[in-house]
Design a binder for this molecule. Structure first.
Ligand SMILES: C[S@@+](CC[C@H](N)C(=O)[O-])C[C@H]1O[C@@H](n2cnc3c(N)ncnc32)[C@H](O)[C@@H]1O
Length: 479
Protein backbone atom coordinates (compact mmCIF):
# COMPACT_ATOMS: atom_id res chain seq x y z
CA UNK A 1 0.00 0.00 0.00
CA UNK A 2 1.31 3.45 -0.83
CA UNK A 3 2.32 5.53 2.22
CA UNK A 4 0.17 8.59 2.68
CA UNK A 5 1.97 11.94 2.74
CA UNK A 6 1.57 13.70 6.08
CA UNK A 7 0.35 17.28 5.86
CA UNK A 8 1.51 19.57 8.67
CA UNK A 9 -0.37 22.67 9.73
CA UNK A 10 0.47 25.70 11.81
CA UNK A 11 -0.52 24.96 15.43
CA UNK A 12 0.08 21.19 15.14
CA UNK A 13 1.83 19.47 18.04
CA UNK A 14 4.57 17.19 16.76
CA UNK A 15 7.14 14.87 18.30
CA UNK A 16 10.74 14.89 17.17
CA UNK A 17 14.32 13.97 18.03
CA UNK A 18 16.90 16.79 18.18
CA UNK A 19 19.82 15.99 15.90
CA UNK A 20 22.02 19.10 15.82
CA UNK A 21 22.42 22.80 16.56
CA UNK A 22 21.19 25.35 14.02
CA UNK A 23 21.53 29.08 13.56
CA UNK A 24 20.48 31.68 16.11
CA UNK A 25 20.32 29.42 19.18
CA UNK A 26 17.92 27.02 17.47
CA UNK A 27 18.23 23.27 16.95
CA UNK A 28 17.46 20.90 14.09
CA UNK A 29 15.26 17.91 14.63
CA UNK A 30 13.43 15.25 12.67
CA UNK A 31 9.98 13.79 13.08
CA UNK A 32 9.51 9.99 12.91
CA UNK A 33 8.32 10.54 9.31
CA UNK A 34 11.62 12.18 8.44
CA UNK A 35 10.43 15.79 8.23
CA UNK A 36 13.12 18.33 9.18
CA UNK A 37 12.23 20.79 11.92
CA UNK A 38 13.95 23.94 13.14
CA UNK A 39 13.08 24.21 16.83
CA UNK A 40 13.55 26.92 19.39
CA UNK A 41 13.95 26.13 23.09
CA UNK A 42 16.68 25.08 25.48
CA UNK A 43 17.49 21.80 23.83
CA UNK A 44 20.33 19.36 23.23
CA UNK A 45 21.07 16.83 20.48
CA UNK A 46 19.56 13.53 21.61
CA UNK A 47 16.50 15.11 23.27
CA UNK A 48 13.09 13.74 22.31
CA UNK A 49 10.65 16.63 22.47
CA UNK A 50 7.13 17.71 21.69
CA UNK A 51 6.84 21.00 19.85
CA UNK A 52 4.25 23.28 18.32
CA UNK A 53 4.55 24.17 14.66
CA UNK A 54 4.41 27.89 13.91
CA UNK A 55 5.58 27.92 10.30
CA UNK A 56 5.19 25.35 7.52
CA UNK A 57 7.82 25.66 4.80
CA UNK A 58 8.03 23.53 1.69
CA UNK A 59 10.86 21.33 2.98
CA UNK A 60 10.87 21.86 6.72
CA UNK A 61 8.87 23.12 9.68
CA UNK A 62 9.58 25.77 12.27
CA UNK A 63 8.42 24.94 15.77
CA UNK A 64 8.67 25.92 19.42
CA UNK A 65 9.53 23.22 21.97
CA UNK A 66 6.77 22.48 24.48
CA UNK A 67 8.25 19.68 26.56
CA UNK A 68 11.32 17.47 26.72
CA UNK A 69 9.87 13.93 26.67
CA UNK A 70 13.20 12.15 26.97
CA UNK A 71 16.39 13.96 27.93
CA UNK A 72 19.62 13.72 25.98
CA UNK A 73 22.44 11.91 27.85
CA UNK A 74 24.43 15.16 27.43
CA UNK A 75 22.15 17.00 29.85
CA UNK A 76 23.19 18.10 33.34
CA UNK A 77 21.48 20.25 35.96
CA UNK A 78 22.52 23.90 35.31
CA UNK A 79 24.27 25.42 38.34
CA UNK A 80 22.70 28.82 37.77
CA UNK A 81 19.07 29.14 38.94
CA UNK A 82 18.28 31.76 36.28
CA UNK A 83 19.78 29.80 33.37
CA UNK A 84 17.31 30.01 30.50
CA UNK A 85 16.00 33.44 31.52
CA UNK A 86 19.45 35.06 31.35
CA UNK A 87 21.01 35.44 27.92
CA UNK A 88 24.60 35.07 29.15
CA UNK A 89 24.97 31.28 29.10
CA UNK A 90 23.47 29.14 26.36
CA UNK A 91 24.80 25.69 27.12
CA UNK A 92 24.82 25.33 30.88
CA UNK A 93 22.25 22.52 30.57
CA UNK A 94 24.81 20.15 28.98
CA UNK A 95 28.08 18.76 30.35
CA UNK A 96 31.32 20.57 29.53
CA UNK A 97 32.49 17.48 27.63
CA UNK A 98 29.36 17.73 25.42
CA UNK A 99 29.93 21.47 24.87
CA UNK A 100 33.44 20.72 23.57
CA UNK A 101 32.05 18.02 21.28
CA UNK A 102 29.44 20.43 19.84
CA UNK A 103 32.07 23.13 19.32
CA UNK A 104 34.40 20.71 17.54
CA UNK A 105 31.56 19.66 15.26
CA UNK A 106 30.63 23.28 14.54
CA UNK A 107 34.16 24.15 13.40
CA UNK A 108 34.47 20.98 11.31
CA UNK A 109 31.03 21.41 9.71
CA UNK A 110 31.63 25.08 8.84
CA UNK A 111 35.01 24.36 7.25
CA UNK A 112 33.54 21.46 5.26
CA UNK A 113 30.17 22.92 4.22
CA UNK A 114 30.93 26.63 3.88
CA UNK A 115 34.68 26.48 3.25
CA UNK A 116 34.58 23.46 0.92
CA UNK A 117 37.52 21.83 2.76
CA UNK A 118 37.28 18.10 2.27
CA UNK A 119 37.50 16.23 5.60
CA UNK A 120 39.17 19.19 7.30
CA UNK A 121 41.68 18.14 9.88
CA UNK A 122 40.50 19.92 12.96
CA UNK A 123 42.51 19.33 16.13
CA UNK A 124 40.66 18.50 19.37
CA UNK A 125 39.36 21.63 21.13
CA UNK A 126 41.72 23.00 23.77
CA UNK A 127 39.43 23.01 26.80
CA UNK A 128 39.38 25.87 29.29
CA UNK A 129 40.90 25.02 32.69
CA UNK A 130 37.91 26.67 34.43
CA UNK A 131 34.42 26.06 33.11
CA UNK A 132 32.96 28.56 35.63
CA UNK A 133 34.13 31.91 37.10
CA UNK A 134 36.57 32.42 34.23
CA UNK A 135 35.60 35.92 33.07
CA UNK A 136 37.99 38.77 33.88
CA UNK A 137 35.40 41.30 32.75
CA UNK A 138 31.68 41.55 33.39
CA UNK A 139 29.30 44.35 32.48
CA UNK A 140 26.07 44.55 34.45
CA UNK A 141 23.26 46.87 33.40
CA UNK A 142 20.88 48.83 35.56
CA UNK A 143 17.26 49.36 34.57
CA UNK A 144 13.98 50.68 35.92
CA UNK A 145 12.28 47.62 34.39
CA UNK A 146 13.07 44.37 36.11
CA UNK A 147 12.58 41.27 33.97
CA UNK A 148 10.23 39.02 35.90
CA UNK A 149 10.95 35.31 36.14
CA UNK A 150 8.16 32.97 35.04
CA UNK A 151 7.80 31.68 38.63
CA UNK A 152 7.17 35.24 39.83
CA UNK A 153 4.56 35.84 37.12
CA UNK A 154 2.86 32.53 37.96
CA UNK A 155 2.86 33.10 41.74
CA UNK A 156 1.99 36.80 41.64
CA UNK A 157 4.40 37.27 44.58
CA UNK A 158 7.16 39.78 43.99
CA UNK A 159 10.22 39.22 46.16
CA UNK A 160 11.93 42.39 44.90
CA UNK A 161 10.78 45.75 43.57
CA UNK A 162 9.73 45.77 39.93
CA UNK A 163 11.32 49.13 39.17
CA UNK A 164 14.99 48.39 39.88
CA UNK A 165 17.30 45.75 38.46
CA UNK A 166 21.06 45.30 38.28
CA UNK A 167 22.18 42.34 36.22
CA UNK A 168 22.02 41.28 32.59
CA UNK A 169 19.60 42.29 29.87
CA UNK A 170 16.93 39.73 29.16
CA UNK A 171 17.68 38.10 25.76
CA UNK A 172 16.69 40.41 22.91
CA UNK A 173 15.34 43.08 25.26
CA UNK A 174 17.14 46.41 25.55
CA UNK A 175 14.90 47.76 28.33
CA UNK A 176 14.40 44.91 30.78
CA UNK A 177 17.15 43.61 33.03
CA UNK A 178 17.25 40.38 34.98
CA UNK A 179 18.26 41.23 38.56
CA UNK A 180 21.13 38.97 39.61
CA UNK A 181 23.02 38.34 42.81
CA UNK A 182 25.44 35.81 41.34
CA UNK A 183 26.89 35.33 37.89
CA UNK A 184 28.60 31.95 37.69
CA UNK A 185 31.00 33.15 35.00
CA UNK A 186 32.18 36.13 37.09
CA UNK A 187 34.81 36.07 39.82
CA UNK A 188 33.55 35.91 43.40
CA UNK A 189 34.75 39.46 44.21
CA UNK A 190 32.71 40.74 41.25
CA UNK A 191 29.53 39.21 42.69
CA UNK A 192 30.30 40.83 46.04
CA UNK A 193 30.59 44.23 44.33
CA UNK A 194 27.35 43.62 42.42
CA UNK A 195 25.44 43.11 45.66
CA UNK A 196 27.12 46.00 47.50
CA UNK A 197 26.27 48.40 44.64
CA UNK A 198 22.67 47.18 44.46
CA UNK A 199 22.14 47.57 48.23
CA UNK A 200 23.74 51.01 48.14
CA UNK A 201 21.60 52.11 45.19
CA UNK A 202 18.36 50.91 46.81
CA UNK A 203 19.20 52.45 50.18
CA UNK A 204 20.02 55.80 48.63
CA UNK A 205 17.13 55.66 46.18
CA UNK A 206 19.42 56.08 43.16
CA UNK A 207 17.34 56.32 39.99
CA UNK A 208 17.97 53.37 37.64
CA UNK A 209 18.42 54.16 33.96
CA UNK A 210 15.24 54.11 31.89
CA UNK A 211 16.35 53.27 28.34
CA UNK A 212 13.24 54.40 26.48
CA UNK A 213 12.79 57.70 28.35
CA UNK A 214 16.59 58.14 28.47
CA UNK A 215 16.57 59.26 32.08
CA UNK A 216 17.87 58.05 35.43
CA UNK A 217 21.29 58.05 37.07
CA UNK A 218 22.74 54.54 37.42
CA UNK A 219 23.45 52.89 34.05
CA UNK A 220 26.07 50.14 34.29
CA UNK A 221 28.47 48.43 36.59
CA UNK A 222 31.51 47.21 34.66
CA UNK A 223 34.08 45.10 36.50
CA UNK A 224 37.53 43.88 35.54
CA UNK A 225 39.86 41.63 37.42
CA UNK A 226 43.55 40.95 37.01
CA UNK A 227 44.35 37.42 38.10
CA UNK A 228 48.07 37.80 38.19
CA UNK A 229 48.10 40.92 40.34
CA UNK A 230 44.76 40.35 42.15
CA UNK A 231 43.48 43.80 41.18
CA UNK A 232 39.83 44.71 40.77
CA UNK A 233 38.49 47.63 38.78
CA UNK A 234 35.00 48.88 39.61
CA UNK A 235 33.63 51.15 36.90
CA UNK A 236 30.32 52.77 37.78
CA UNK A 237 28.67 54.19 34.68
CA UNK A 238 26.24 57.00 35.40
CA UNK A 239 24.43 59.81 33.60
CA UNK A 240 26.16 62.51 35.66
CA UNK A 241 28.96 62.77 38.20
CA UNK A 242 28.16 63.13 41.90
CA UNK A 243 31.44 63.31 43.82
CA UNK A 244 29.93 62.92 47.32
CA UNK A 245 27.92 59.87 46.28
CA UNK A 246 30.96 58.24 44.69
CA UNK A 247 32.96 58.84 47.86
CA UNK A 248 30.26 57.15 49.95
CA UNK A 249 30.13 54.19 47.56
CA UNK A 250 33.93 53.90 47.64
CA UNK A 251 33.85 53.66 51.44
CA UNK A 252 31.13 51.03 51.25
CA UNK A 253 33.07 48.94 48.73
CA UNK A 254 36.31 49.17 50.68
CA UNK A 255 34.50 48.06 53.83
CA UNK A 256 32.98 45.07 52.01
CA UNK A 257 36.30 44.01 50.43
CA UNK A 258 38.97 45.22 52.88
CA UNK A 259 41.75 42.98 51.54
CA UNK A 260 41.09 43.58 47.85
CA UNK A 261 43.39 45.79 45.73
CA UNK A 262 40.85 47.94 44.01
CA UNK A 263 40.54 50.94 41.73
CA UNK A 264 37.21 52.71 41.33
CA UNK A 265 36.30 54.85 38.34
CA UNK A 266 33.13 56.69 37.38
CA UNK A 267 32.41 56.86 33.65
CA UNK A 268 29.80 59.45 32.79
CA UNK A 269 27.77 59.31 29.62
CA UNK A 270 24.79 61.17 28.24
CA UNK A 271 24.49 58.91 25.18
CA UNK A 272 21.30 57.07 24.45
CA UNK A 273 22.83 53.64 23.87
CA UNK A 274 23.31 51.06 26.61
CA UNK A 275 27.04 50.52 26.01
CA UNK A 276 29.09 50.85 29.20
CA UNK A 277 31.59 53.43 27.96
CA UNK A 278 31.72 57.00 29.18
CA UNK A 279 32.40 60.35 27.58
CA UNK A 280 34.20 61.41 30.74
CA UNK A 281 36.02 59.37 33.33
CA UNK A 282 36.60 60.28 37.01
CA UNK A 283 39.11 58.21 38.99
CA UNK A 284 37.60 57.82 42.46
CA UNK A 285 40.36 55.69 43.96
CA UNK A 286 43.53 53.84 42.92
CA UNK A 287 45.29 54.03 39.58
CA UNK A 288 42.31 53.98 37.24
CA UNK A 289 43.53 50.83 35.48
CA UNK A 290 44.51 47.24 36.22
CA UNK A 291 47.63 45.48 35.03
CA UNK A 292 47.41 41.89 33.80
CA UNK A 293 50.20 39.53 32.83
CA UNK A 294 50.06 37.22 29.80
CA UNK A 295 53.12 35.03 29.33
CA UNK A 296 55.95 37.31 30.40
CA UNK A 297 54.26 40.52 29.26
CA UNK A 298 52.36 43.07 31.30
CA UNK A 299 49.31 44.86 29.92
CA UNK A 300 47.78 47.99 31.34
CA UNK A 301 44.02 47.86 30.90
CA UNK A 302 41.84 50.88 31.44
CA UNK A 303 38.05 50.87 31.79
CA UNK A 304 37.33 51.20 28.08
CA UNK A 305 40.17 49.10 26.61
CA UNK A 306 39.58 45.79 24.86
CA UNK A 307 41.20 42.76 26.48
CA UNK A 308 40.44 39.07 26.02
CA UNK A 309 37.92 38.11 28.72
CA UNK A 310 39.40 34.72 29.62
CA UNK A 311 42.95 35.43 30.76
CA UNK A 312 44.16 31.83 31.04
CA UNK A 313 42.78 30.82 27.65
CA UNK A 314 44.13 34.00 26.04
CA UNK A 315 47.60 32.70 26.87
CA UNK A 316 46.71 29.33 25.30
CA UNK A 317 45.38 31.08 22.19
CA UNK A 318 48.44 33.31 21.79
CA UNK A 319 50.82 30.37 22.37
CA UNK A 320 49.02 28.56 19.53
CA UNK A 321 49.55 31.52 17.20
CA UNK A 322 53.28 31.46 17.96
CA UNK A 323 53.42 27.67 17.63
CA UNK A 324 51.82 27.52 14.16
CA UNK A 325 53.31 30.79 12.91
CA UNK A 326 56.81 29.35 12.51
CA UNK A 327 58.22 32.82 13.24
CA UNK A 328 61.99 33.39 13.09
CA UNK A 329 64.08 36.30 14.46
CA UNK A 330 64.54 37.62 10.86
CA UNK A 331 60.81 37.94 10.16
CA UNK A 332 58.58 40.94 9.77
CA UNK A 333 55.06 40.01 10.85
CA UNK A 334 51.80 41.90 10.42
CA UNK A 335 49.07 41.66 13.06
CA UNK A 336 45.82 42.77 11.42
CA UNK A 337 42.94 43.90 13.69
CA UNK A 338 45.44 44.12 16.54
CA UNK A 339 43.21 45.72 19.22
CA UNK A 340 45.41 46.75 22.14
CA UNK A 341 48.34 44.93 20.57
CA UNK A 342 48.44 41.83 22.75
CA UNK A 343 49.20 39.49 19.83
CA UNK A 344 51.58 42.04 18.28
CA UNK A 345 53.63 42.14 21.48
CA UNK A 346 53.61 38.35 21.74
CA UNK A 347 54.89 38.20 18.15
CA UNK A 348 57.48 40.94 18.74
CA UNK A 349 59.35 38.73 21.20
CA UNK A 350 59.99 36.21 18.40
CA UNK A 351 60.53 38.34 15.28
CA UNK A 352 62.49 41.30 13.98
CA UNK A 353 59.55 43.63 13.48
CA UNK A 354 55.87 43.33 14.40
CA UNK A 355 53.38 45.71 12.79
CA UNK A 356 49.89 46.08 14.24
CA UNK A 357 46.94 47.68 12.44
CA UNK A 358 43.72 48.61 14.22
CA UNK A 359 40.83 51.04 13.64
CA UNK A 360 40.12 52.15 17.24
CA UNK A 361 42.33 55.07 18.19
CA UNK A 362 42.32 54.42 21.96
CA UNK A 363 43.24 50.77 21.38
CA UNK A 364 46.24 51.86 19.28
CA UNK A 365 47.29 54.23 22.08
CA UNK A 366 47.02 51.34 24.59
CA UNK A 367 49.06 49.13 22.23
CA UNK A 368 51.84 51.74 22.01
CA UNK A 369 51.83 52.21 25.77
CA UNK A 370 51.95 48.44 26.37
CA UNK A 371 54.88 48.10 23.94
CA UNK A 372 56.72 50.75 25.96
CA UNK A 373 55.77 49.16 29.28
CA UNK A 374 57.36 45.91 28.11
CA UNK A 375 60.39 47.52 26.48
CA UNK A 376 59.50 46.16 23.02
CA UNK A 377 60.87 48.71 20.57
CA UNK A 378 60.48 46.49 17.48
CA UNK A 379 56.75 47.20 17.16
CA UNK A 380 54.89 49.75 15.04
CA UNK A 381 51.17 50.46 15.24
CA UNK A 382 48.96 52.07 12.62
CA UNK A 383 45.49 53.36 13.22
CA UNK A 384 43.52 52.53 10.08
CA UNK A 385 40.36 50.93 8.78
CA UNK A 386 41.53 47.72 7.12
CA UNK A 387 38.93 48.24 4.42
CA UNK A 388 41.57 50.69 3.16
CA UNK A 389 44.51 48.30 3.63
CA UNK A 390 45.40 48.70 -0.06
CA UNK A 391 45.88 52.44 0.47
CA UNK A 392 48.36 51.81 3.29
CA UNK A 393 51.06 50.25 1.17
CA UNK A 394 53.01 53.49 0.91
CA UNK A 395 53.04 53.89 4.71
CA UNK A 396 54.17 50.27 5.05
CA UNK A 397 56.84 50.51 2.34
CA UNK A 398 59.74 51.39 4.74
CA UNK A 399 59.28 48.03 6.45
CA UNK A 400 60.22 44.62 5.07
CA UNK A 401 57.56 42.53 3.32
CA UNK A 402 55.80 40.28 5.85
CA UNK A 403 56.60 36.57 5.64
CA UNK A 404 53.78 35.86 8.07
CA UNK A 405 50.48 37.68 8.55
CA UNK A 406 48.31 37.14 11.61
CA UNK A 407 44.72 38.30 11.27
CA UNK A 408 42.15 38.41 14.09
CA UNK A 409 39.05 40.12 12.64
CA UNK A 410 35.77 40.79 14.47
CA UNK A 411 32.87 38.30 14.19
CA UNK A 412 31.94 39.45 10.68
CA UNK A 413 35.31 38.23 9.37
CA UNK A 414 37.59 40.19 7.04
CA UNK A 415 36.35 42.90 4.74
CA UNK A 416 36.70 41.54 1.15
CA UNK A 417 39.04 44.41 0.27
CA UNK A 418 41.25 43.73 3.31
CA UNK A 419 41.31 40.02 2.43
CA UNK A 420 42.24 40.82 -1.17
CA UNK A 421 45.10 43.13 -0.15
CA UNK A 422 46.40 40.59 2.36
CA UNK A 423 46.45 37.89 -0.35
CA UNK A 424 48.16 40.22 -2.85
CA UNK A 425 51.02 40.56 -0.35
CA UNK A 426 51.54 36.80 -0.75
CA UNK A 427 52.86 36.00 2.74
CA UNK A 428 54.25 32.49 3.15
CA UNK A 429 51.89 31.89 6.04
CA UNK A 430 48.60 33.31 7.21
CA UNK A 431 47.48 32.65 10.77
CA UNK A 432 43.75 33.38 10.90
CA UNK A 433 42.31 33.77 14.40
CA UNK A 434 38.55 33.63 14.32
CA UNK A 435 35.66 33.82 16.77
CA UNK A 436 33.15 32.81 14.09
CA UNK A 437 33.64 29.44 12.34
CA UNK A 438 31.26 30.33 9.48
CA UNK A 439 33.19 33.45 8.54
CA UNK A 440 36.53 31.70 9.02
CA UNK A 441 35.28 29.11 6.52
CA UNK A 442 34.06 31.81 4.08
CA UNK A 443 37.38 33.69 4.18
CA UNK A 444 39.36 30.41 4.29
CA UNK A 445 37.70 29.35 1.03
CA UNK A 446 38.97 32.51 -0.67
CA UNK A 447 42.45 32.08 0.86
CA UNK A 448 42.59 28.49 -0.43
CA UNK A 449 41.38 29.58 -3.89
CA UNK A 450 44.26 32.05 -4.05
CA UNK A 451 47.00 29.45 -3.60
CA UNK A 452 47.07 28.42 0.06
CA UNK A 453 46.59 25.11 1.87
CA UNK A 454 45.01 24.98 5.31
CA UNK A 455 47.67 23.15 7.31
CA UNK A 456 45.96 23.19 10.71
CA UNK A 457 42.83 24.32 12.52
CA UNK A 458 42.97 24.47 16.29
CA UNK A 459 39.80 25.38 18.19
CA UNK A 460 40.39 26.99 21.59
CA UNK A 461 37.52 27.25 24.05
CA UNK A 462 37.57 30.73 25.55
CA UNK A 463 33.91 30.78 26.60
CA UNK A 464 32.61 27.67 28.44
CA UNK A 465 28.80 27.54 28.95
CA UNK A 466 28.28 29.49 25.71
CA UNK A 467 28.17 28.43 22.07
CA UNK A 468 31.19 30.58 21.14
CA UNK A 469 34.42 29.05 19.91
CA UNK A 470 37.72 30.58 18.82
CA UNK A 471 39.83 28.91 16.12
CA UNK A 472 43.44 29.40 15.05
CA UNK A 473 43.74 28.27 11.42
CA UNK A 474 47.07 28.22 9.61
CA UNK A 475 47.31 28.60 5.82
CA UNK A 476 50.54 27.93 3.92
CA UNK A 477 51.29 29.24 0.42
CA UNK A 478 51.61 26.44 -2.09
CA UNK A 479 51.90 28.31 -5.38
C1 LIG B 1 38.64 40.13 17.69
S1 LIG B 1 39.29 41.69 18.09
C2 LIG B 1 41.00 41.33 18.06
C3 LIG B 1 41.75 41.94 19.17
C4 LIG B 1 43.17 41.51 19.40
N1 LIG B 1 43.75 40.78 18.33
C5 LIG B 1 43.30 40.76 20.72
O1 LIG B 1 43.52 39.55 20.73
O2 LIG B 1 43.16 41.41 21.77
C6 LIG B 1 39.03 42.53 16.56
C7 LIG B 1 39.61 43.92 16.51
O3 LIG B 1 39.38 44.44 15.19
C8 LIG B 1 39.15 45.84 15.28
N2 LIG B 1 38.46 46.23 14.03
C9 LIG B 1 37.16 46.05 13.71
N3 LIG B 1 36.93 46.49 12.46
C10 LIG B 1 38.10 46.96 11.96
C11 LIG B 1 38.49 47.53 10.74
N4 LIG B 1 37.60 47.71 9.76
N5 LIG B 1 39.77 47.88 10.57
C12 LIG B 1 40.68 47.69 11.55
N6 LIG B 1 40.36 47.15 12.76
C13 LIG B 1 39.09 46.79 12.98
C14 LIG B 1 38.32 45.97 16.54
O4 LIG B 1 38.38 47.28 17.05
C15 LIG B 1 39.01 44.94 17.47
O5 LIG B 1 40.03 45.53 18.21
Amino acid sequence: MEQQEIRYRKGDTIELIITDHAEKDKCFGKTAEGMGVMVSGILAPGDRVSAQVYKVKQRYLEARAIEVLEASPDRVEPVCPVFGSCGGCKWMHVSYEAQLRYKYKKVTDSLAHIGGFENPEVLPVLAAPDALHYRNKVEFSCSNMRYLLQAEIDSDALAKPKSFALGFHAPGNFEKVLDLDTCYLAKECMNTVLNVVRDFALERGLAPYAAKAHEGYLRNLALRYSERYDQLMVNIVTSWHDAALMQALKERLEAALPEQRMTIVNNVTTRRNTVATGEQEYVISGEGYVTERLGDLDFRISANSFFQTNTRQAETLYDQIIAVGGITPEDTVYDLYCGTGTITLYLARHCKQAIGIEVVESAVRDAQMNAELNGLSNTVFFQADLKNFHAMQEALAPYAKPRIIVTDPPRAGMHPKALDTMLKLQPERIVYVSCNPDNLARDGKEIAARGYRMSSAQPVDMFPQTNHIETVACFERVE
